[in-house]
Design a protein around this ligand. Sequence first.
Ligand code: SF4
Length: 336
Amino acid sequence: MTDKPNVIAVALLSGGLDSTLAAKVILDQGARVIGVNFAGAYCPRPRAGKSNAERAAEQLGIELVTLPIDADFIAMVKRPMHGRGKNMNPCIDCHTLMIRKAWAFGQTRGAGFIITGEVLGQRPMSQNRNALNMVARESGVGDRLLRPMSAKLLDVTAPEQEGLVDRERLLDVEGRQRTRQMALAEKHGIKDYPTPAGGCLLTEKIFSKRLAEAFDHGEDSLEIVELLSLGRHFRLPSGARLVVGRDEAENDELLRRKPADALVIDASDLPGPVALILPPSRPGALVADSDRAPAASICVRYSDKRKENLARAVVAGESVDVEPATEEESARLLIG
Ligand code: SF4
């Protein structure tokens, strides 16, 4: 129930418990809260069902707007200013950019401030006091950024000074323990929330290895990054990339996401995978004719014809008969 309809907050809502509780704290003060989350590339939507953010928005009874992980995010991941976590995740830079974009959106909807579920001291690298201050400063949001979960332990923000929110009714949660959050969830009847972590592909080892390798080969387009979570990836000697689907769902997804300059290897007349050959990342480069046979050879290795001397695959509409690659041959070219 919104009893201060003119007080509008935009909330970064991942759907995790902290961001859900942060939104709840502000909703309970009568403000109108609009949830914003990000999807695409390294934050993929679930293949089926609702996302965590959608479920959280539903429980809170608020509007949710999903913004894309776009090329700006990929450029930031390639060259983060504040380093990375355990894998390729540059959380400080990523959070800064999410906040900047969510705030830009919020201003188009008349938001007076932005809230996040950050908790002081919960993550040693990205949620210490310095990092929180840096994110506020570098996102350009400054003191319009309010962290309701830890607000009482942090400097007073503009919405508190202006009386848009009551500081006394904000929280003082600190550290990695989640007991307080779980008690608050119970108190507010929030039952459906995911376990912490998960969801971001940059925190995963294999995806990170693939992404680092792609950057090393000059591949940094959104469409390549969006392919990295699908199938098996190989680097052909020419520098071309081969992606081989692992099941029917991935085969369909590869065809759906096929970049315009990729060639399709379709073994669909046999029980087997679909694959894409992508040209090396050089201006004007196309897939070389000499890539077709080695790519087809790896592709048929994952079909029912892997034990045959010769197997047929269809590369860009043309049939090619090849020897299936051996385990060693495909392992040599495998990325991640
Ligand atoms: S976990 Fe992933 S999505 Fe979240 S801030 Fe870090 S890099 Fe960004």
